[in-house]
Design a protein around this ligand. Structure first.
Ligand code: ADP
Length: 270
């Protein structure tokens, strides 16, 4: 993917943002067969850079995935990570807060799961739920959630300053495609476990969620922690785009292998 394709998915900081500028069905000019071949090449490169990041042990990467139901957060993670070294990655899902999570501020549980140095963390949902579902379903008043955009920007800036590169992807699925996927979950006994009746409530709140996503993305896309809007109606487009975005940021970090211990050169192992 040329970098201008990536750039077209990236949300410019501090500019008015509308999802209307993006098309969930976009193929980004790719075709399926070539994209699947390219994904394998991208993964080889990811693997090599992940080893370097791990060996360097100075910095980390946090990839945040957010989406409406059935957009494919789980599928993206499974696809991108299959065949890579699981030790270099840490996947965290965030559900409805419970237990001690409800007794702390909303960033508490998130901060704890930020990847340690050398590791690539992937968040399946994140602190963004606290300005999305929480807003749409009025779990807290506007006076509370509206302050969170500033907290999140500051939090992510701090992470960047301290060595964690934060990259955020919104997997943008259309309402029609979501209907088909949810129907498939109902109809297919192997997929039914993924379906909750509450998914239908969220569908009726679709416009409110789109507005909440637009505000969240527009207000928290920064140079240090950018948002990308990834077309998600086609799985193969979604998978390659997310893999390329991750690769792009790893390449920019350019992790280096540590200097070998003094005296190693020339050692003969008997
Ligand atoms: P997923 O849908 O991601 O596969 P689950 O079925 O466990 O996983 O759903 C997680 C649920 O938790 C979602 O409905 C999501 O909106 C909700 N959730 C996540 N974070 C929060 C939060 N901070 N406050 C309220 N609900 C949340």
């Amino acid at each position: 993917m040329a970098n201008d394709t990536l750039a077209s998915l990236r949300v410019a900081p501090a500019k008015p943002f509308s999802l209307r500028q993006h098309d969930p069905g976009d193929t980004l000019g790719w075709n399926k067969e070539a994209a699947e071949t390219e994904l394998e090449a991208v993964k080889l490169r990811l693997d090599a850079l992940q080893v370097r990041l791990f060996a360097e042990e100075r910095r980390s990467v946090l990839l945040v995935l957010q989406a409406m139901d059935a957009a494919g957060k789980d599928g993206t993670i499974r696809n991108i990570l299959s065949g890579l070294n699981p030790a270099g990655f840490h996947v965290t899902g965030f559900g409805v807060p419970g237990g001690p999570e409800t007794q702390h501020d909303y960033l508490w549980r998130v901060h704890e799961m930020v990847p340690r140095k050398g590791v690539i963390g992937i968040f399946n949902r994140s602190h963004y739920e606290d300005v999305l579902v929480v807003r749409v379903k009025n779990f807290v008043p506007r006076s509370v959630w509206s302050k969170r955009f500033d907290h999140i920007r500051d939090f992510e800036r701090m992470l960047g300053d301290e060595g964690t590169t934060v990259v955020k992807c919104f997997l943008y699925v259309s309402k029609d495609e979501q209907r088909e996927r949810l129907q498939e979950r109902v109809d297919d006994p192997e997929k039914r476990w993924k379906f909750r009746l509450g998914d239908l409530d969220d569908r009726t709140l679709w416009p409110k969620y789109q507005k909440a996503y637009e505000d969240a993305i527009g207000r928290t896309s920064t140079a240090a922690a950018p948002w990308y809007v990834v077309p998600a109606d086609r799985n193969w487009v979604r998978n390659l785009a997310v893999a390329k975005i991750l690769l792009h940021h790893l390449e920019r970090l350019d992790p280096q292998l540590p200097e070998p211990e003094e005296g190693i050169e020339g050692v003969v192992v008997r």
